[in-house]
Design a protein around this ligand. Structure first.
Ligand code: C5P
Length: 256
């Protein structure tokens, strides 16, 4: 298991000095590298290297650059979340998860909506892999509100749908999730302290929500039980990304 359990007990660090808490927050902040190519990624990473340890490679960058987007990050000792949200038949997803694991990333994800057999196949694909990445299931995209969810044929509220999918994932042996800040407390209740909850849709107080419909501040998300926070544009599009990251880290540290 690549992710230390202590990351899930925020209050263990509550009495530590602020500098230690910030360092501890660094292990829980994942910066989304949503940029169009490998050159833009390395330019951004260079700016953030001192401040951030985790980077997320998503669909935009991976589709443009492939594994070349991941390799330099892993080689430099960064932790990588490969956010490709696999959603296909079980055999195909198992193969994709196996390939992703071979690049040394620390997190990979699949859509929970792929169903129990797909989840089980993704999980089995990591059996026997040395230092396997944490498998995460995406519940309901943070950009979907109740109206948009209904348009896809799901008549439940996002909160209810997350719980239904969460139960299904746990039954299939998947204990890691990507979820919105609004559902993190409910998922934490479902998973208990061992669940790994990765939460995008984070907006520091006063910043733009962009297309995120269900967002929260770093402190709210942590207090509700998030293990990791994913932040993209509020850091990557800031005039000084490292400074913006340090502000998020400080807000996280103060929430402990
Ligand atoms: O720029 P922003 O902070 O909104 O970026 C959020 C990141 O988290 C994006 O890379 C997006 O793909 C990802 N994400 C999300 N909702 C999910 C899963 C991942 O916003 N449910």
């Amino acid at each position: 298991m690549p992710i230390p359990k202590r990351l899930n007990s925020p209050f263990a660090a509550a009495r530590a000095p602020l500098a230690d808490k910030i360092d501890w927050a660094r292990e829980r902040l994942i910066v989304a590298l949503d940029v169009p190519n490998a050159a833009a990624s390395s330019e951004l990473v260079k700016k953030l290297e001192g401040a951030c340890r985790w980077f997320k490679v998503g669909l935009e960058l991976f589709t443009a650059a492939g594994p070349a987007a991941v390799e330099p990050l892993v080689a430099a000792g960064h932790s990588v979340f490969l956010d490709l949200k696999f959603h296909d038949i079980p055999n195909t997803v198992a193969g994709a998860v196996r390939s992703a694991a071979s690049w040394g990333v620390k997190m990979v994800n699949v859509h929970a909506a792929g169903g129990p057999a797909m989840l089980a196949a993704a999980k089995s694909a990591l059996d026997g892999v040395r230092n396997p990445p944490q498998l995460l299931a995406v519940t309901v995209l943070t950009s979907l509100d109740a109206v948009a969810l209904k348009a896809t044929g799901v008549n439940r509220s996002p909160a209810r749908q997350v719980t239904v999918l969460g139960r299904m994932c746990l039954k299939a042996g998947v204990r890691g999730f990507v979820c919105s800040p609004e559902e993190v407390a409910a998922l934490r209740r479902l998973t208990g302290p061992d669940g790994i909850l990765v939460v995008p849709g984070i907006r520091p107080a006063g910043s733009e929500t962009n297309d995120q419909k269900r967002s929260a501040t770093p402190s709210e998300a942590l207090r509700n039980g998030a293990s990791f926070l994913v932040v993209g544009r509020p850091i990557t599009q800031a005039p000084k990304p490292a400074q913006a990251a340090e502000m998020v880290l400080e807000e996280m540290a103060r929430a402990l």
